[in-house]
Design a protein around this ligand. Structure first.
Ligand code: IPE
Ligand code: IPE
Ligand code: MG
Length: 253
């Protein structure tokens, strides 16, 4: 799982992060309450977890509840909390036997005991699995993550001159995983909405109009095909950077 395999196809992302957006609009289109969209969203997630495992993706990270989602009507928030508990109890056995390891990132200090226990129980019960790491971002925000990392670094008595990017990374909530290679957002909005801000510095971004409950293997494969076409340069000139055939223009003022 976490060990880099030299035979890995570089066209397949090791880590996929998804903003699962569009549940409410999916329900509205069907004249259903928003909660039905969230319920259908769980079914989409179950499909996508299986599809990612089948495609040898090592890490799938999904945005399930943002630190800003508390602004929603109380009824929707409590519906989402109940759905999380129901979904975990319904799907945990299968996820366990499929080799999925569940990890949770986010501020669990402000969620109810029941929700926290359900999340931590899923994490414990799947801790031995290594086929796919499914990280559920719950009450998560990218800015929260950076602040909590800084707080923990300070609490560890790190001197300012010792703090660099690699060191702070070790305090980030997803320090156990490589940075996301592919960042997908469904639902048509073209924004990050405070998801994995630090970790996605060099992720390839794919935005699709597909509403999350409609997302399936075909939609995933479209995003993966898009990713496979990208040239990742990480600030370098890349493979085609010196193909002009003419004299080098390096250093031209
Ligand atoms: C994403 O779907 C699910 C959560 C934020 C929990 P939305 O509920 O945001 O769906 P839209 O954007 O209103 O369609
Ligand atoms: C992002 O979607 C959060 C999750 C998918 C959990 P939102 O629907 O909350 O994002 P905004 O409000 O449109 O930016
Ligand atoms: Mg939304």
């Amino acid at each position: 799982m976490a060990v880099t395999d030299p035979s890995r196809d570089p066209g397949v992302p090791r880590h996929v992060a998804i903003v699962m957006d569009g549940n409410g609009r999916w329900a509205r289109k069907r004249l259903m309450p928003r909660g039905m969209g969230h319920k259908a969203g769980v079914d989409a997630l179950v499909r996508v977890v299986q599809a990612c495992a089948d495609r040898h993706i090592d890490y799938l990270t999904v945005f399930a509840f943002s630190s800003e989602n508390w602004k929603r009507p109380e009824e929707e928030v409590s519906g989402l909390m109940s759905l999380l508990i129901v979904a975990l109890s319904k799907h945990l056995t299968k996820l366990r036997s499929d080799g999925v390891r569940i990890r949770v990132v986010g501020d669990l200090s402000t969620v109810s005991d029941k929700v926290r226990e359900a999340l931590l129980d899923a994490q414990t019960k799947t801790a031995h699995n290594d086929r796919l790491v499914l990280t559920v971002a719950f009450n998560y925000g990218g800015r929260w993550d950076i602040v909590q990392a800084a707080q923990r670094a300070l609490a560890a008595n790190l001197k300012p001159e010792m703090l660099d990017e690699a060191t702070l990374s070790r305090f980030m909530a997803m320090s156990y995983a490589p940075d996301p290679d592919l960042f997908i957002r469904t639902g048509g909005e073209v924004r990050l909405s405070n998801f994995l801000l630090w970790q996605s510095a060099y992720a390839e971004l794919v935005f699709t109009d597909c509403l999350w409950p409609d997302f399936d293997e075909r939609e995933l494969d479209k995003a993966l095909a898009d990713y496979a076409q990208r040239e990742r340069r990480f600030g370098d000139v890349g493979a085609s950077g010196d193909e002009s055939g003419g004299p080098s223009d390096a250093g031209v003022a």
